[in-house]
Write a protein that binds this ligand. Sequence first.
Ligand code: ZN
Length: 233
Amino acid sequence: MAVGLLYDKSVKCINCGQAFQTKRMRSNSVRMEKVDTDFCPHYKNENPIYYDVNVCPHCGLAFTDSFSPILPAIREKLEKEYLSKIRIPELCGERSWEDALRSYELAFLSSRIVKEKLLIQANLALRIAWLYRYEKRPTDEKRFLEYAVSLYVSMYESQDYDEEVMPDSKLMFIIGELYGRLAEWEKTRIWFSHLFMDKSADQKWRTRGRDRWLEYKSMITNIDDPDGYEGVR
Ligand SMILES: [Zn+2]
C-alpha cells in the first residue's frame, strides 16, 4: 500500500477502557469506482471499509464507532462466549482482505452477544457479504446476505430503529433489494409493493425501488431456474 494512505487513530476500548491506536484510511485518498444497488462501494485502490472495525489489542473485543459502551452486566457473558475463546488478534495495522474479514466476523459476533442495535448487526452482516463479493465467493456472500436481510426484516417488524438514521422507505428498499439478490422473488415482490403502497414513502426510494423491481421482473421471466442463486451484479 502506498505510504501515507493510512493514519493512526486513537480509540478507547468500550470493554476494557484501554486506549490503543488503529489504522484508518485518509478520506482524500479514497477513490470510488462504482456503487452496487445494495450500496456496496467499489474502490479503485485500497478499500476504507477494511478499517471500520476496531479490534482491541488488550482484550480482543471487535467493535465499530457505532457500538454502545459495554455494560458491566454483559461483561461476563462477553468474556465467556467470546473473549476467553479467542487468541487476541493483531489487527491494528495495515489490513489484508483476510484481516478485514476477521475483524468484521469478530465485530458481528460481538454485536450478537451484546445484543447491539439490529441496524448495527444487519450492517455488519451486509458488509461481510460485500467482502465476499469483492472476492467473488457467491455462496459465502449469499449466507451473509441472508443474515443481513433477516435482521433488517426483524428491525422493520419490531419497529426497533431510529427513523432519522434509517428511514422506513430506505429500509423497505434494502429488504426488497436483498431478497432480489437472493432470488427470493415472492418476497422481493412483497417488499417492493410495501414500498410502492406506502403513501408516505420518500419519492427517491419509491423510484429506485420501481427501477429495481422492473429489472428483477425481467430477470424472473428470463431465467430458467428462478430459485437458483448466481449472485446479482
Ligand atoms: Zn479492550
